[in-house]
Write a protein that binds this ligand. Structure first.
Ligand SMILES: [Zn+2]
Length: 95
């Protein structure tokens, strides 16, 4: 199974599996915020997700929602996300 490495502000490096994270996407920018609960301390954290992080998270199957106030996601955005997924570098960490 894919693991995702990120950093808890309290615990340092932690490893998560995709269903332990969720992602909020901003349709217009292709960036967003990812939310996870630290497996060590249980603290819920929100972090900004740039294009690279978004593409890594989507590629690993993380659940996501598109923020409504930014308008509906377009075909072009979906296409762009797909392109980003194809280029995702699996060896990279999120931070
Ligand atoms: Zn922690």
């Amino acid at each position: 199974m894919t693991t995702i490495r990120t950093t808890c502000v309290l615990c340092g490096d932690v490893e998560l599996i995709p269903n332990e994270l969720s992602l909020e996407l901003t349709a217009m920018s292709g960036t967003g915020t990812y939310i996870f609960e630290c497996p060590e301390c249980g603290d819920q954290q929100r972090r900004p997700a740039n294009h690279r992080v978004v593409s890594i998270l989507l590629a690993t199957g993380v659940a996501y929602e598109v923020l409504e106030e930014q308008g509906p996601i377009t075909e072009a955005e979906i296409s762009r996300f797909s392109d980003e997924i194809d280029r995702a570098d699996w060896s990279e960490q999120l931070h």
